[in-house]
Design a protein around this ligand. Structure first.
Ligand SMILES: [Zn+2]
Length: 306
């Protein structure tokens, strides 16, 4: 008899997945102090991470890949910038390089960079990429259409129109991602765009006016026609494409017949615990999500309970 995944202790699930573990003290009180921020921006020990088309600029010095941190005197022309926080006493910032501007290192797509770095530096990429992506697409007020300006270290944009002045805040879009289990097997699906043989946990955006539990039950019913009872929160992960928060859950299957919504999924099917353990070892019968993704850690946490 296997352990009940809805009551069993779960420790440290996903502690080593991508985009978590950001080391900065985000220092909210500094964001509200424009004069101090202006000093910190020019401070000799301040460090800047650049993004080009939302790709972090990397250092490859000595053949070692790392985030490239520049002192303020070495910055090329930039557009949007944000205050990331402090590491020790050193203020850290991120900025977008102006179009056509000089790029002092190697831009790498954020997902690839996170995989290659393989540690909490990917959490810095998540913070920088989500914020700068939001700035790039929120130059105008959603209330009156006038231009907005960044304030509070890049954590707010304020409308510049006299008589409006509306404040707008960065988005975080909740997505439920759930491993639905039925005793010794779990429900996985594949989208048409997935590589051949790749299966993952079902996922979908939380809708307005919906709890996480309700979102899990609705998404699984819509995508696979399976009814879900108990829902357990397991772990969460920032996913900066552009601003999702993946909320990982287990869901308990109350029915087992599958009816796939062809708009969302190509196929959904049940896999046994033994098959999941084999896939996580890279030995088939399907390709499991890689360790950068929270789906990998949901599968692992459940499979290892057996
Ligand atoms: Zn406005």
């Amino acid at each position: 008899m296997s352990v009940d995944p809805f009551t069993a202790p779960l420790v440290g699930v996903g502690a080593d997945m991508g985009f978590v573990g950001n080391p900065f003290d985000r220092a909210d009180e500094v964001r509200r102090d424009a004069a101090r921020l202006a000093v910190l921006r020019r401070a000799r020990d301040s460090r800047w991470l650049l993004l080009v088309d939302l790709k972090p600029v990397m250092s490859t010095e000595g053949g070692v890949l790392d985030l490239l941190w520049l002192p303020p005197d070495d910055l090329p022309e930039i557009t949007d910038w944000v205050f990331l926080g402090f590491r020790g006493d050193a203020p850290h910032f991120a900025a977008s390089v102006a179009p056509g501007g000089f790029v002092p290192g190697r831009p790498l797509d954020a997902r690839g960079a996170a995989i290659q770095l393989g540690d909490s530096r990917s959490g810095i990429i998540a913070q920088a990429r989500s914020l700068l992506s939001w700035h790039a697409t929120h130059g105008h007020c959603a209330v009156c259409g006038a231009p907005t300006e960044a304030i509070k270290g890049g954590y707010c944009r304020r409308c510049t129109a006299a008589g409006c002045g509306a404040e707008h805040f960065p988005r975080t879009d909740p997505v439920v991602i759930m491993l639905v289990v039925d005793g010794e097997r779990c429900l996985l699906g594949r989208q048409p765009a997935f590589p051949a043989g790749f299966y993952s946990a079902l996922a979908g955006f939380v809708e307005p006016g919906e709890s996480l539990e309700e979102a899990v039950r609705r998404e699984v019913a819509e995508e696979a026609g399976v009814r879900v009872g108990r829902v357990r929160y397991v772990a969460s992960q920032p996913w900066p494409f552009p601003s999702s928060l993946m909320i990982g859950c287990f869901g308990e299957a109350l029915s087992t017949d599958i009816t796939v919504d062809a708009e969302e999924l190509e196929e959904a099917r049940w896999y046994s615990r033994a098959e999941v353990l084999s896939a996580l070892r890279g030995e088939g019968p399907f390709t499991a999500p890689p360790p950068i993704a929270i789906a990998h850690h949901l599968l692992k946490a459940w499979a290892e309970l057996g």
